[in-house]
Design a protein around this ligand. Sequence first.
Ligand code: ATP
Ligand code: MG
Length: 353
Amino acid sequence: MRIVSLSCRDYRNLAPLCFSPKPEGNVLWGQNAQGKTNLLEALWIFTGGRSFRGAKDSELVRHGAAGARLLLSFYSEEREQSAEIRIAGGRRQVLLNGIALHSPGELVGHVYAVIFSPEHLALVRGGPANRRSFMDAALCQMKPGYAGILSRYHRALSQRNALLKDIPRHWELEDTLPIWDARLVQDGERIVSQRKAFLSRLSVFASSVYAGLSHGAESLQIFYHASAPNFADNLQKEHKQDIRQGFTGAGPHRDDMVLQLNDSSARSYASQGQKRSIVLALKLAEAHILEECTGEKPAVLLDDVLSELDSARQDYLLNHLSQYQVFITCCEPQQAMNLHSGGLFRVENGMVT
Ligand code: ATP
Ligand code: MG
């Protein structure tokens, strides 16, 4: 997949622009608060994913404007295609090749990208929910149907949790618990098996990228931690406990992805640069698997990636991106000098030149 051009109107601070990136490396440089991240975010929302900054749709519209409009032209499935996103009144409307889609989520599977931004350091630093979202977001892009299974699981989980809270007041309801157990198990086991399969492929690539970044000095291990190794048994055994606490204590919604550096917990022991390297290794591995699954190379969006990396790590990273269309932001153009040939774009006051 290749991004051919992006036009937008009233999107955050971006001036009405038509940005035509190069098929290889694109360096977006400029001072703070000029619109570099906004530009990456504008590209990212075409994947159908949520804002990587956790922004609401209304925040994407320029202050004082009624609505924003974005138009992306991209080359995928051996033809040029277009996607349009209109955001107004807190609602998002999406058109693909001129045809309105029923929901913005239907864009998933047309425009592929992986994104690294400083927020993603929460993958190592933060709690398990960050790592579950990483696995789930990647699987949603790769496996049609996964998003549906996941949302059905979460619906069943909230209904089971509501029931658990009602049971102490209406003990007769306890008899209906096995119905919800069965629903959770049916989708929960599929979620766990897809996540495990994803991680076993991810760990091979991510470990090799990490070894490259650290020049072979450190090794990264990744594995899945299941909070309920036998989900069906576990749900049944824990009925009393779940009723007491009023929620479902174990299952895919409590699982984690364990990240270890040289056999020690990365969350507890890794340095800033090591944490950044781990997230990068995960993201580049995700790009690799996404390509294997879809046959399309995703765009690689790297926001403020170079800070905290020493020059050897920066060189390794920039030299290993040549197969992708890359968008990398930085404050000084020299920082990304080693990126393979491509375009140098200055971002200033919302304008890209
Ligand atoms: P840094 O190098 O500090 O990361 P940046 O170039 O990535 O800077 P952005 O995050 O893209 O900066 O933000 C650029 C500007 O856009 C900021 O001044 C921000 O306040 C402004 N901005 C954000 N949302 C809106 C909006 N809805 N309307 C108008 N301006 C906005
Ligand atoms: Mg920024």
